[in-house]
Design a protein around this ligand. Structure first.
Ligand SMILES: [Zn+2]
Ligand SMILES: [Zn+2]
Length: 332
């Protein structure tokens, strides 16, 4: 095939892929829009008769709805962060690296360059972690996402439901999105339930609103239960300061692989993601600690890790991931 033709074809395919990757977001947004219509119009304005009840339902609903939409928006549109220029292999080193055929010398070139960088984790064989595609030395907890085609700082996973890579820049938003989505579903289910019973026992007329109200309950309960598992899994991860990727394969330190290598104790783990000011924990503004390039570690001496303050030896947790959590991770 003509090379120009091939290029046009691959460009077309990439374009198709980009369009299709928005399908899950469109599906979720459609369900949310329908739920807004069904709740506000069919339940509150058509079904509920008491004016005070109507007003309270609508007020609380709109507060929860806005928080949910705000966090969903932030999870979708906060771009993942990539390593800074200082992690990029300089031209001279790159030339040497590319022209070298002996892997041990290539390793040496990377090791020399990485001496200036705050990287502590290694590959399984003990080499510096290097991304061939981005030509960067990967900072600790950074991974290359093949969907985004870039290295993502503290990569957690690529989430199709927000069509974005979840990592250092947006992990807090993702967690809040799960939490507010659960609250949204729970609020709808709790307020719809009594009308569901009234329709079911035929105390209310059989009309169009009935079907919307019935579906509201089923859909909100279904989403609530699925979100509960996913949110529970991520709470467990945050408590141990692990990413989803690290839960599947432990980061390798100079001393060997250690799933708890970044575990600093529950309070400090929470602060790593949500920041020190508790008032801002539930607000979708960026408050995570650090720059995403290096992280305090549990089992390194202060001389190696200037980021770490005192009690680096606390919390000798050795729990491994449960098979249940593994399955949940796969669900997402
Ligand atoms: Zn990369
Ligand atoms: Zn990605």
């Amino acid at each position: 095939m003509h090379s120009g033709c091939r290029m046009a074809l691959s460009r077309g395919l990439r374009c198709c892929q980009r369009v299709f990757s928005w399908v899950p977001v469109v599906i979720i947004s459609s369900v949310v829009l329908w739920s807004y219509y069904a709740y506000v119009w069919e339940l509150c304005l058509v079904t509920v008769e008491n004016a005070l009840e109507k007003a309270v339902y609508l007020l609380v609903f709109h507060i929860v709805f806005l928080l949910f939409i705000w966090t969903y928006w932030k999870a979708i549109f906060t771009p993942p962060k990539e390593p800074t220029k200082k992690f990029l292999l300089p031209y001279a080193e790159k030339e040497r690296y590319d022209s070298e055929e002996r892997p041990e010398v290539q390793r040496q070139i990377l090791a020399e360059f990485a001496k200036k960088l705050p990287v502590y984790t290694r590959t399984g064989s003990g080499a510096i972690r290097f991304c061939d595609r981005c030509q960067v030395v990967k900072p600790d907890r950074c991974h290359h996402c093949s969907v985004c085609g870039m290295c993502v700082l503290k990569m957690d996973h690529h989430c199709p439901w927000v069509n974005n890579c979840i990592g250092f820049s947006n992990y807090k938003f993702f967690l809040l999105f799960l939490a507010y989505a659960m609250l949204y579903c729970a609020y709808i289910a709790a307020t719809v339930f009594q009308y569901f019973l009234l329709y079911w026992t035929a105390e209310l007329p059989n009309n169009r609103a009935k079907f919307h109200v019935l579906f509201l309950l089923f859909v909100s309960l279904m989403f609530f239960i699925s979100l509960m598992f996913l949110f529970g899994y991520h709470c467990w991860l945050v408590g141990l300061n692990r990413t989803t990727l690290e839960a599947f394969s432990a980061p390798v330190f100079p001393s060997g692989p250690d799933k708890n290598g970044f575990h600093l104790g529950i309070r400090r783990n929470l602060e790593q993601v949500f920041g020190k000011r508790k008032k801002l924990w539930i607000i979708p503004v960026f408050t995570s600690i650090g720059d995403g390039l290096s992280f305090p570690m549990r089992m390194v001496s202060e001389s190696h890790n200037p980021l770490l303050g005192g009690n680096q030896w606390d919390d000798e947790g050795t729990d491994d991931e449960s098979p249940g959590a593994r399955t949940l991770g796969l669900l997402h």
